[in-house]
Design a protein around this ligand. Structure first.
Ligand SMILES: NC(=O)c1ccc[n+]([C@@H]2O[C@H](COP(=O)([O-])OP(=O)(O)OC[C@H]3O[C@@H](n4cnc5c(N)ncnc54)[C@H](O)[C@@H]3O)[C@@H](O)[C@H]2O)c1
Length: 431
C-alpha cells in the first residue's frame, strides 16, 4: 500500500491524511474548499487541533502530503466529508454521494474505498455501493468497500487516531480485511472486523448512548430546579455506587456527532427509537432552560449587562457547530433589554455572526457572567477581577466547571443548583 487519497480535509480528514503521511504513505488530500487546499499546500491549516500544525508542516515540507481540488489514482480512498442533517432532522448524505462520485473516475480494480463519515445504517449498501456499481465495477469483488467510523475526541485527535480501537465493516469479509489492513499500518489499538451495517450502527449507538445519558442528567437538573435539590451533589453521591455513572448536566448537546447521529437511527426506525428521540428533545430544550434562569436572575435590573463566556459545544476546541451556546447567545442578543458581551478565547470573529470581545471588556460593568463552555481559561478565572470589574459579581456556570466559589461579594449558581434564583435575583446596586 503506497498511496492514499483522502476526500474531505476537515477535523477528521486532515489529521487522518497527516497521520498516514507521517507513517510514510504518499497522501493526496482532496477538498472542494479552495482555501483549504491552498493553505495546506503551504503547510498551513485553518482548524484548531492540538499538535496538528506541526505534523502538517512536517509532512507537507517532506512532500508526503499534498492537497488538490480533484482526486487522483491511489491504492486506498478515504472519504471523510460532512454528514449533516436536513431541517427535518433526516440525514443529508449528499456529500458522501458526491465524494464517492468524484472518486469513481480514478478507481481501478483492487482499490480500497473507505467511508469514515458517520452515516445512517445501510448507507454503504444502499448509497455507496450502487454508485461504484453504476461505474461498471462489481462492488463485492472488484473494489474493497468498507465503513470505518471515526470516534476521536477533538483536542486529542492525533493521539486517538493512532491509539483508539477501530471498527471496520466491509461489504464482504474480504473487503473488510483489506480495509482493516490499511488501518493496521497506522493504528496501535485493535482493528476489529465486522459487517458494514454493524459498523454503521455501532458508531451511531456510541453517540446515542452518550446523548441519552446526558439527557438523563439534564432531566435531573430540571427536576432538581423544581424540587430544590442540588443535582451536582446528587450525581456525586449516586456515582459512589460502583455500577452507576450519571453524566453531567449542561446547557445542551452540540457538535457534529452527539446532536446529529441519534437522528440517523430515528429516521430509519421511528416507531422503535422512542427513548432516542425523547433524549434529543430533552437536550434540545436545555438552551431555553438556561435562558429561563438568566431571565430570573436579571428580572430586577433595568438594562442588565450580561457577559456570555464560551461558544463551542465543548471545552478547549474552536468548533461551534450545533453548539447550544450559540443558540443561547443569539436568543439573549435578540432581547433588547440586555446589553450583551460575548467572549471566547478559542473562537475567531469570522466564525460567528456577532462581535467577540476580550475577557476584560466582557466583565467590565457586567451584572451577570454566564459560562457556556468548559474551556480551561474559565476554570481559572481570577475572582478579584470579577469582584473589582463587574457591577454585580454574579456567575451562572452552566458547565459546572469554574473555580469560583460562593463567597462574600461573589454569587455563583450552577446549572444543577438553581434553587431560589427568582427570590435572589441580582439587585440593582443602588437599591
Ligand atoms: N469532527 C469530529 O470530531 C468527528 C468525530 C467522529 C466522526 N465525525 C464524522 O466525520 C465526518 C467528517 O467530519 P468533519 O468534522 O471532519 O467535517 P468538516 O466539516 O470539518 O470537514 C469536511 C470537509 O469536507 C469537505 N468536503 C465537502 N464535500 C466534499 C467533497 N464532495 N469532496 C471533497 N471535499 C468535500 C469540506 O469542504 C470540509 O473541508 C462527518 O461525517 C462527521 O460526522 C466527525
Amino acid at each position: 500500500m503506497q498511496k492514499i487519497c483522502v476526500i474531505g480535509l476537515g477535523y477528521i480528514g486532515l489529521p487522518t491524511a497527516a497521520v498516514f503521511a507521517r507513517a510514510g504513505f504518499s497522501v493526496v488530500g482532496v477538498d472542494v474548499n479552495k482555501q483549504v487546499v491552498e493553505r495546506l499546500n503551504k503547510g498551513e491549516i485553518i482548524i484548531e487541533e492540538v499538535g496538528l500544525p506541526e505534523v502538517v508542516k512536517e509532512v507537507v515540507d517532506s512532500g508526503r502530503l499534498r492537497a488538490s481540488l480533484e482526486p487522483e489514482e491511489a491504492d486506498a480512498f478515504i472519504i471523510s466529508v460532512p454528514t449533516p442533517i436536513h431541517e427535518d432532522c433526516t440525514a443529508n448524505v449528499d456529500y458522501v454521494r458526491s465524494a464517492t462520485e468524484a472518486v469513481v473516475p480514478y478507481l481501478k480494480k483492487g482499490d480500497v474505498v473507505i467511508v469514515e463519515s458517520t452515516i445512517p445504517p445501510r448507507t454503504m449498501d444502499d448509497v455507496v455501493a450502487p454508485i461504484i456499481e453504476a461505474a461498471g465495477f462489481n462492488p463485492k469483488e472488484d473494489v474493497a468497500i468498507a465503513h470505518c467510523p471515526e470516534r476521536v475526541l477533538p483536542g486529542r485527535i492525533l493521539i486517538e487516531l493512532v491509539e483508539n480501537t477501530r471498527i471496520v465493516g466491509g461489504l464482504t469479509p474480504e473487503a473488510t480485511t483489506k480495509a482493516a489492513n490499511v488501518y493496521r499500518q497506522i493504528v496501535t489499538g485493535d482493528v476489529i472486523e465486522t459487517e458494514a451495517v454493524t459498523a454503521e450502527m455501532s458508531k451511531l449507538m456510541e453517540n446515542t448512548f452518550r446523548d441519552v445519558n446526558i439527557a438523563l442528567a439534564n432531566e435531573l437538573a430540571k427536576i432538581s430546579a423544581r424540587l430544590g435539590v442540588d443535582a451536582h451533589k446528587v450525581i456525586e453521591l449516586a456515582n459512589k455506587h460502583p455500577r452507576v455513572n450519571i453524566h453531567q448536566p449542561g446547557p445542551g448537546v452540540g457538535g457534529h456527532c452527539l446532536a446529529v447521529d441519534p437522528y440517523f437511527i430515528v429516521e430509519k426506525a421511528p416507531e422503535e427509537a422512542l427513548m432516542i428521540q425523547l433524549s434529543r428533545d430533552i437536550n434540545n430544550s436545555m438552551p431555553d432552560f438556561v435562558i429561563e434562569q438568566i431571565i430570573k436572575l436579571t428580572s430586577e435590573l433595568k438594562e442588565p449587562k450580561i457577559a456570555l463566556f464560551g461558544l463551542t459545544y465543548k471545552g478547549n476546541i474552536d468548533d461551534v457547530r450545533e453548539s447550544p451556546a450559540i443558540e443561547i447567545v443569539e436568543k439573549v442578543l435578540a432581547n433588547p433589554r440586555y446589553d450583551v458581551r460575548v467572549h471566547d478565547p478559542h473562537v475567531r470573529d469570522e466564525q460567528v455572526p456577532f462581535p467577540l470581545v476580550s475577557f476584560e471588556e466582557a466583565v467590565k460593568g457586567a451584572n451577570l457572567l454566564v459560562v457556556l463552555a468548559d474551556h480551561n481559561e474559565f476554570k481559572m478565572i481570577d475572582k478579584n477581577v470579577l469582584l473589582s470589574e463587574m457591577e454585580t459579581p454574579v456567575v451562572f456556570d452552566t458547565k459546572n466547571c469554574t473555580n469560583l466559589e460562593q463567597e462574600e461579594g461573589l454569587t455563583v449558581y450552577r446549572i444543577g443548583d438553581v434553587t431560589g434564583l427568582q427570590a435572589i435575583a441580582v439587585k440593582p446596586i443602588n437599591s
